[in-house]
Design a protein around this ligand. Structure first.
Ligand SMILES: Cc1ncc(COP(=O)(O)O)c(C=O)c1O
Length: 320
């Protein structure tokens, strides 16, 4: 079997994730049907959008004879966690260049990454900002040898191609597909997969996410070679910035989970669903529309938020 088939058709991965209809009294009379595609279920460790963003990068690395993947991220990064998992699953050595200083004991994300063999290398914030410069990459090559470079968040042209395939795996009738935006790669992939049909709506999880509009447009153009105008990014539900949370968000998540039994986390899918509910209740979508939310995984990140969440709920956080 060719190496790309071994990766792309791997038995480890659930290739056809389910779509659930959300039955919630709060939106029952809104005239809107809400669905969620459970990409979080595609693999316990290489989950959500991460599998889609990495799969063609992994095949490119194998086909070009690379034995090592090197990537960048923060200390709680879902992408670092997923790249480490991908290395273990598909036989790559992995190196994670982590922003900031080492804190011991390692947090749950880095502890997992190290346990599956990722070599962790810390750089200060100033150096980290140079992560795309050829000089810095040259220094990393001198230090670590040859590697396949996966950018921060895994966002590149091959990631867009991987994410675009989520669309062909949707077997319900929908009008809007919605996702959380960090780098915008996932939204760009969904828009590319839609190829001008339906609408895509991203929700920025970052404060000051205006730059995402340009970035996503660029990513789509690089990948599809054209512009589309059937997408937009909502900038209103970042809750103060990346990984910032408050009691309203946590209460929303707890309620959502009680009603649906679907686990979500506050950094991405929690903010996304909060935003989608808000738009539904404020009649942003016209009557009769079907809205499909993509659950992009990231549940591992919850472990690193224990203290913050405990403070907010005023009790020891065990699970949300
Ligand atoms: C769980 C999860 N959902 C959504 C996103 C946003 O994806 P993107 O960076 O492609 O916009 C990320 C990461 O960046 C993520 O980890």
């Amino acid at each position: 079997m060719k190496s790309n088939k071994i990766i792309l058709e791997s038995d480890f991965i659930k290739h056809n994730t389910p779509i659930h209809k959300i039955e919630d009294p709060l939106i029952k009379d809104s005239g809107i049907k809400l669905f969620i595609k459970r990409e979080d279920l595609n693999h316990p460790e290489l989950s959500g959008n991460k599998w889609h963003k990495l799969k063609y990068n992994l095949t490119a690395a194998k086909e070009n004879g690379y034995e090592t993947l090197l990537t960048f991220g923060g200390a709680y990064s879902n992408h670092i966690y997923a790249t480490a998992a991908a290395g273990k699953l598909f036989g790559f050595k992995t190196i994670g260049i982590i922003r900031g200083e080492e804190h011991l004991p390692l947090n749950p994300t880095l502890s997992f990454a190290a346990s599956v063999g990722m070599k962790i290398h810390y750089v200060n914030r100033k150096t980290y900002r140079e992560k795309s410069s050829s000089e810095f990459i040259k220094k990393l090559t001198e230090k670590f040898g040859n590697f396949y470079l996966v950018p921060e968040g895994g966002t590149n042209k091959l990631a867009i191609k991987g994410v675009s395939e989520i669309i062909s795996n949707i077997d319900i009738d929908f009008d809007y597909v919605c996702c959380a935006c960090g780098t915008g790669g996932t939204l760009a992939g969904l828009v590319t997969g839609l190829n001008g049909r339906k609408k895509a709506l991203g929700f920025s999880v970052l404060k000051g996410g205006n730059f995402l509009l340009n970035d996503v447009e660029k990513l789509i153009y690089e990948s599809a070679g054209k512009k589309y105008n059937n997408w937009d990014i909502n900038l209103d539900f970042h809750f103060g910035g990346y990984a910032k949370i408050n009691s309203e968000l946590i209460e929303f998540i707890q309620r959502f989970q009680n009603i649906t039994s679907i686990p979500i986390e506050p950094t991405y899918t929690g903010k996304l669903l909060f935003g989608v509910y808000n738009l539904i209740l404020n009649h942003y979508f016209s009557n009769g529309k079907n809205i499909l939310v993509i659950h992009t995984g990231g549940l591992q990140g919850l472990m690193g938020m224990k203290n913050n969440v405990s403070k907010i709920i005023g009790a020891n956080y065990d699970s949300l």
